[in-house]
Design a protein around this ligand. Structure first.
Ligand code: SF4
Ligand code: SF4
Length: 343
């Protein structure tokens, strides 16, 4: 109503000025943009990466958006920078220049000091201003995580539309755990749907079911991660029970959403005959689940733990042998699932 009244006022004024056709149309578009921007700005989210041309995160060529924050702490996590919900400063020593100290002098909080040949961050003093990262010539210091509005993100996503259209791809929203930011996720999915962009949500399933129910009509495909069936072991390796995850999967499968199960495989942890049979037995009666991806553990994320000053559990975790992965693939296939190795 307000929008309409404003538009009428400007149309009248512009008629008087004799520029009706041109300026009034611009005015209508302008007002509509302002209202849309306001609506979408309310729902700012925190992301830590946008991956273009992704081919393992759902069908076709995709743009994958990584939302910050995860309720699980899987010790093999490839994206430890996604666990903390807030932006954080990371330092990569191997990128740091020997004869440089620019970051130290620019920090208003004196949070940085030289220690031996590297930079020490006093995280209690750091206010995440990003000034050190801005001045760093080699990106040895970086702020991971930034606020973004739905509108800004959609603009970025729209740049890749040609790839989506040609490959039947779209947008995948991953993390972290995207459902840690349910309002932002919903608004983003809604905008994608309005623009006919195929949507995939990659979730660990650890969220109140109402969050999954809220987004279900906006999601074309769920990628649903399962780690291990034994509740105690699940708690040991992720920090949380798997009850909510399994219950949510049961409930979600009744809503007839398309669900693709993803299982990270870690040697001697969840690649056992017992666990894979329990997983298959659990999934079989769920009806609309046909696809399973087995994701053998790899060490890509190892260096990130050092950058974040987090404890990694290397070298205790190992990739299962190829022969064993194949056996697991056959085991799930014998239950009637389409199984592939990799995303
Ligand atoms: S982010 Fe800002 S406060 Fe933190 S170390 Fe860098 S310059 Fe200092
Ligand atoms: S500005 Fe960058 S390269 Fe220079 S000392 Fe700081 S972290 Fe190292």
């Amino acid at each position: 109503m307000i929008k309409f009244a404003f538009s009428l006022y400007y149309i009248k004024r512009n008629m008087f000025l004799g520029t009706f056709f041109f300026e009034s149309i611009l005015t209508l578009g302008f007002l509509s943009d302002i209202l849309d921007i306001r609506k979408m700005r309310i729902k700012d989210g925190i992301i830590f990466d946008i991956k273009k041309y992704a081919i393992h995160d759902g069908p076709g060529i995709r743009t994958t958006v990584f939302l910050k924050g995860c309720p699980l702490q899987c010790f093999w996590c490839h994206n430890p920078e996604g666990i903390n919900s807030d932006p954080e400063l990371i330092y990569q020593e191997n990128r740091c220049l020997e004869d440089c100290s620019d970051c130290i002098s620019v920090c208003p909080n004196k949070a940085l000091t030289q220690q031996n040949e590297s930079i020490f961050i006093d995280r209690k003093k750091c206010a995440l201003s990003g000034k050190c990262a801005d001045i760093c010539p080699t990106e040895a210091l970086r702020i991971i995580g930034r606020k973004i509005s739905v509108l800004e993100l959609i603009r970025e996503i729209e740049k890749d539309r040609i790839f989506f259209d040609r490959s039947n791809g779209g947008v995948t929203i991953s993390g972290g755990e995207p459902l840690m930011q349910p309002e932002f996720l919903f608004a983003l999915l809604e905008e994608c749907q309005k623009r006919n962009i195929h949507t995939v949500v990659d979730t660990c399933g650890y969220t109140p079911f109402k969050n999954l129910a809220k987004i279900k009509d906006k999601v074309d495909l769920f990628l649903y991660d399962l780690k291990i069936m034994d509740e105690k072991k699940h708690k040991d390796i992720t920090g949380v029970s798997n009850r909510l995850i399994l219950d949510n999967l049961k409930n979600l499968s009744q809503l007839k959403n398309k669900i693709h199960i993803r299982i990270p495989l870690i040697a001697n942890l969840n690649d056992t005959e017992k666990n894979t049979i329990q997983t298959a037995e659990f999934l079989k009666p769920l009806g609309n689940i046909k696809d399973i991806s087995l994701l053998p553990y790899h060490k890509i994320g190892t260096g990130k733990y050092k950058n974040l000053k987090r404890k990694a559990y290397e070298p205790e975790i190992k990739t299962p042998l190829y022969e064993k992965i194949n056996k697991i693939k056959i085991r799930f296939a014998n239950y009637g699932f389409n199984v592939k190795i990799g995303g």
